[in-house]
Design a protein around this ligand. Structure first.
Ligand SMILES: [Zn+2]
Length: 395
């Protein structure tokens, strides 16, 4: 029996719906990606001087005389309607409204128009930061400031959201491209250095009441600095860090004027006290010897992502505070300092993991007390006089 020849799929053109309504009937170059295996063709941009994407076709006055390759898409106008052909085949048209289509599945949970105003500073663009950034892009966050001084290496690939073609690139640049693969309208600024070198001018321009700063570098000093920036600009701060082999993770959040800050817990004096405690958390940063092991990067991707997801959900809650239609998932339920357990086998995480009664447990019981004289969020000590500070009686 003769084998049936596989029927070729009709060519499909995905294109921005705005082209249909373009004034004076647009003519010019189409940029995007063509997939011969499916015969689907994705117009991502049109009518630009330059595009990040290759030319894939044209819209012309008369398709019969168009001088293009047989694999190119040729658009032409007929009685005010835009039609596409590939070779002599008519194409199926699939117009898209970029923002509406990308975020249609978030509808009813996250308000896209509101999320697009939101801005995130991602401090550290490794396994944690790359995941946080892409999740926030998927949630509709419209602007990013990416901070990291490192390039992507082969040993990053098993945990990073970027891939093989990004090895050797600065992580901030590789990640920018991935963010814009989800939403090309996102504005991404990059800073190829550590947070402490970001200028005040940059923060002044980027920080608005819609901004959040997220410490993703698993670095206590960097987090203390991020916390200071958050306090200065009155924006929320979230830090995500890990215990050995990501057996557990820590998610801290600071909501200015509402909760104690990171410095209240981990600032110099409090931190010094904490390092004396056997029950201290975050084991590999607790002593000088342990600090030297800070280059040891623990954990497999799935454990990192599990803890980081808790951080991302908290970030979404913080970004949507006061939004009438938004239902917070975690804010108000978690304490400012939350531990998330991945594995409570002491053989993996040390004896500290025994504080969890079962794996995948999220603690809600750790109290963080505001330090009234915290050098970041506290009120400065009054001059040493004997004048009592008025406390005021409750009515
Ligand atoms: Zn404080």
């Amino acid at each position: 029996m003769a084998r049936l020849k596989k029927r070729e799929r009709q060519p499909v053109v995905h294109y921005p719906a705005a082209l249909d309504h373009s004034e004076k009937e647009f003519r010019g170059t189409l940029y995007g990606l063509q997939h011969s295996e499916s015969n689907e063709h994705n117009v991502i941009a049109y009518g630009l001087e330059n595009s990040d994407y290759p030319p894939m076709g044209v819209v012309v006055t008369d398709h019969v005389t168009a001088d293009v390759g047989a694999d190119q898409i040729v658009g032409h106008w007929e009685n005010g309607e835009l039609l596409f052909k590939k070779g002599d085949q008519d194409c199926e048209k699939k117009p898209y409204e970029l923002i509406q289509n990308i975020f249609s599945r978030n509808s009813g949970i996250l308000e896209t128009s509101h999320m697009l105003d939101k801005k995130a500073i991602i401090v550290g663009c490794g396994s944690v930061g790359s995941f946080v950034a892409l999740e926030l892009a998927r949630s509709g966050v419209g602007s990013f400031l990416l901070v990291d001084n490192d390039t992507l290496a082969y040993h990053n690939l098993c945990r990073h959201q970027c891939g093989l073609e990004d090895v050797g690139k600065f992580k901030v640049n590789a990640l920018r491209r991935r963010i814009q693969h989800i939403n090309p309208t996102v504005k991404v600024e990059t800073h190829q250095d550590i947070l402490e070198t970001v200028s005040k001018t940059t923060f002044d321009a980027f920080c608005t009441p819609d901004t959040i700063i997220i410490g993703c570098a698993d670095n206590r000093e960097g987090d203390l600095y991020g916390n200071k920036i958050a306090h200065l600009y009155k924006i929320p701060f979230v830090s995500i860090g890990f215990w050995e082999r990501a057996s557990a993770g820590e998610v801290f959040h600071y909501n200015p004027e509402k909760t104690p800050c990171y410095h209240c817990l981990f600032g110099s004096s409090a931190f010094a006290a904490l390092t004396q405690r056997e029950s201290t958390n975050r084991r590999h940063y607790t002593t000088e010897e342990d600090l030297s092991k800070a280059n040891f990067e623990p954990g497999i991707s799935t454990d990192i992502v599990f803890v980081t997801t808790v951080g991302v959900k908290l970030v979404l809650d913080l970004l949507n505070q006061g939004q009438e239609k938004y239902t917070p998932a975690l804010l108000g339920y978690l304490s400012p300092f939350t531990l998330v357990c991945n594995n409570n086998n002491p053989g993996v995480g040390g004896e500290l993991v025994e504080i969890f009664s079962h794996p995948l447990q999220v603690t809600t019981s750790i109290d963080v007390i505001r330090d009234p004289h915290c050098e970041v969020c506290g009120t400065p000590k009054p001059e040493e006089t004997d004048v009592p500070v008025e406390t005021g009686d409750a009515p």
